[in-house]
Write a protein of this length. Structure first.
Ligand SMILES: Cc1cc2nc3c(=O)[nH]c(=O)nc-3n(C[C@H](O)[C@H](O)[C@H](O)COP(=O)(O)OP(=O)(O)OC[C@H]3O[C@@H](n4cnc5c(N)ncnc54)[C@H](O)[C@@H]3O)c2cc1C
Ligand code: SF4
Length: 554
């Protein structure tokens, strides 16, 4: 007899996992099409955050092409998109100096003219309200924990996470088994490194004949600047210091709203030195005079971190599978040099919705939405990614200075002539395979935080409003619990201690020897451990519903 709990089921035409820009755009588009055709289509959206937007962390400078197509009247409807970009600056940093790269040498596609600085978290809240007004059932606090398969292996829906399970697996008084949410089509909109998306990509081999997906970790702080330092509409990017030439990444600073500044730092997760701490590199960059001048007299009011997809064109997996599809960053549609993915998340959500709506109209169910895959190949998203496809591989192979010059040249060629000189370059190894042994690398000495410009991890996590029910199974699952101390510690000085931006992983010295400790309650759901662990031993699974960060204005 199976010990699986009895689960109630609910049926929908379309089940969507994730209330980010991709999932909400798909839901809204389905309802718009149904209203236009005078048909009924039932749609639900599951979101693991305590409310829509609670787990959304982005830059964000958005290209309005996505929202323009989804809700053309967004201005009149009060969308929280009200800071147009007015100035676009790009610097290369040395340890004390900085060199401005003139805008005319940047390929036009890099220009932020016509874009807006927003909080993507707030935009998602607003999109959630638009979706609900159209009749979409949006369920925040409900993670999709597993996939339901039909007899032929087709996806039939998802199972929501059980509630009230104790750390040791015991059922507490509050135990409530998750439900089966069944759909004729299931759209996975979980964002970068989605947990169910990872399962389905591997199970169905959706990544075959593609380059491995590449990632960065994006750390972000929200600052309230002194009014005289705030330049509403200013967008600034840097690269170079404090990262060495072999490590990709850079800073973004976006001045928006009233005295708010989104300050973030991305480190490409193919970095090699296991002693590197992305969090501490971020703290370090803020001490540069070019950055520090803006922060003087200001106050840090928010913190968070999230992985960002960087593989682009050559890493996009097969999108459709029997019973559903991957949309948004679950598939990875970020244009890396532009650091923009939310417009493509919206557009791919809309394309999948249109394909699902057509299929439903033809009486189809749980088959492959090949129309979506075809629509993607003829779309602006495909063109957006194709013309920048070599920037990331060139950066990885040649280092920051030569790589960015070569990448810029390739983007100019693509923009002017419609083709580049390099064909389509490969990414090479997945990020987890890029670390060198610690014995071949130099430890990095990071300065103590000053509590004014630079901070430690505990006070940062505090600002992310992260909260998890303490008595629940650890949601960072080790396939083999011995690996951190037996393999990772001697070989890489256990890099999880440093790549995790929330102090979840610690190596604690005890009389019996070192012990690997997981402080799961701190987790901000960035997914970096699932990506970067060199042995691929850490599996991130959704914790009990509503757990995780509660981002405000991120
Ligand atoms: C630091 C950083 C800076 C960025 N800057 C920019 C920028 O300036 N401009 C830009 O356009 N793009 C930017 N991006 C990229 C942009 O944020 C993404 O492309 C975009 O958010 C992708 O949207 P999505 O809907 O696919 O996924 P997400 O926005 O990640 O949303 C996914 C949602 O699904 C939920 N979810 C995940 N798994 C489950 C589950 N199993 N069950 C239930 N819910 C689940 C999550 O909680 C989340 O709410 C940036 C990204 C980062 C990390
Ligand atoms: S435990 Fe993993 S997912 Fe959670 S914050 Fe740390 S690196 Fe990110």
């Amino acid at each position: 007899m199976s010990d699986a709990p009895e689960r109630e089921s609910m049926e929908y035409d379309v089940v969507i996992v994730g209330a980010g820009p991709a999932g909400l755009a798909a839901a809204i588009r389905l309802k718009q099409l149904a209203a236009e055709a005078g048909r009924e289509v039932s749609v639900c959206v599951l979101e693991k955050g305590s409310e829509v937007g609670a787990h959304i962390l982005s830059g964000a400078v958005i290209d309005p092409i996505g929202i323009d197509q989804l809700i053309p009247g967004w201005r009149e409807k009060g969308a929280p998109i009200d800071t147009p970009v007015t100035k676009d600056l790009f610097y290369f940093l040395g340890s004390a100096e900085s060199f401005r790269l003139p805008n005319f040498i940047m390929p036009p596609l890099m220009s932020n003219h016509g874009n807006y600085i927003i909080s993507l978290s707030n935009l998602c809240k607003w999109l959630g309200q638009q979706a609900e007004a159209l009749g979409v059932e949006v369920y925040p606090g409900f993670p999709a924990a597993d996939i339901v398969y039909g007899e032929s292996g087709e996806v039939r829906g998802v199972v929501t996470g059980d509630l009230g399970v104790a750390r040791d697996g015991r059922h507490k008084d509050s135990y409530t088994p998750g439900m089966n949410l069944l759909g004729k089509y299931t759209l996975l909109a979980e964002g970068a490194r989605g947990s169910l998306s990872k399962i389905i990509i591997n199970r169905l081999g959706l990544h075959h004949n593609r380059e491995p997906q590449k990632y960065g970790i994006g750390l972000k702080e929200l600052w309230e600047l002194a009014p005289e330092k705030h330049r509403r509409g200013l967008v600034m990017h840097t690269m170079g210091w404090p990262l060495d030439n072999a490590t990709g990444g850079g800073l973004f600073m976006y001045h928006f709203d009233r005295n708010l500044c989104a300050l973030g730092f991305v480190v490409h997760l193919n970095y090699r030195n296991p002693y590197l701490s992305p969090f501490d590199e971020f703290q370090r960059v803020k001490t540069h005079p070019r950055i520090r001048q803006f922060l003087k007299g200001g106050k840090r009011i928010g913190y968070g971190a999230r992985a960002i997809t960087e593989g682009g064109f050559q890493s996009v997996p097969k999108l459709a599978f029997p019973g559903g599809a991957l949309i948004g960053c679950a598939a990875g549609f970020v244009n890396l040099p532009r650091i923009k993915g939310s417009h493509n998340a919206i557009l791919t959500g809309m394309m999948a919705a249109e394909a699902a709506f057509k299929a439903l109209g033809e009486g189809r169910a749980n088959d492959e939405l090949t129309e979506y895959e075809e629509a993607y190949k003829g779309s602006s998203v495909w063109r957006d990614l194709k013309r920048v496809r070599n920037v990331k591989p060139l950066w990885s192979k040649l280092g920051t200075i030569a790589g960015v010059v070569a990448g810029g040249f390739d983007m100019w060629c693509n923009q002017l002539f419609g083709f580049g000189l390099f064909g389509t370059l490969k990414h090479g190894k997945p990020d987890h395979a890029c670390l060198k042994p610690a014995s071949e690398c130099k430890p990095i000495a990071y300065a103590k935080p000053d509590g004014v410009f630079t901070f430690d991890k505990p006070s940062s996590v505090f600002l992310s409003n992260t909260n998890h029910e303490e008595d629940q199974p650890v949601h960072l699952v080790l396939k083999d619990p011995s690996i951190p101390i037996r393999v990772n510690l001697p070989k890489y000085d256990e890099p999880a201690q440093r790549y995790c931006p929330a102090l979840v992983y610690e190596v604690v010295e005890e009389p019996s020897g070192p012990r690997f400790q997981i402080n799961a309650q701190n987790c901000v759901h960035c997914k970096t451990c699932d990506i970067k662990d060199p042995e691929q031993n850490i599996v991130w699974v959704p914790p009990e519903g509503g757990g995780g960060p509660n981002y405000v204005n991120m």
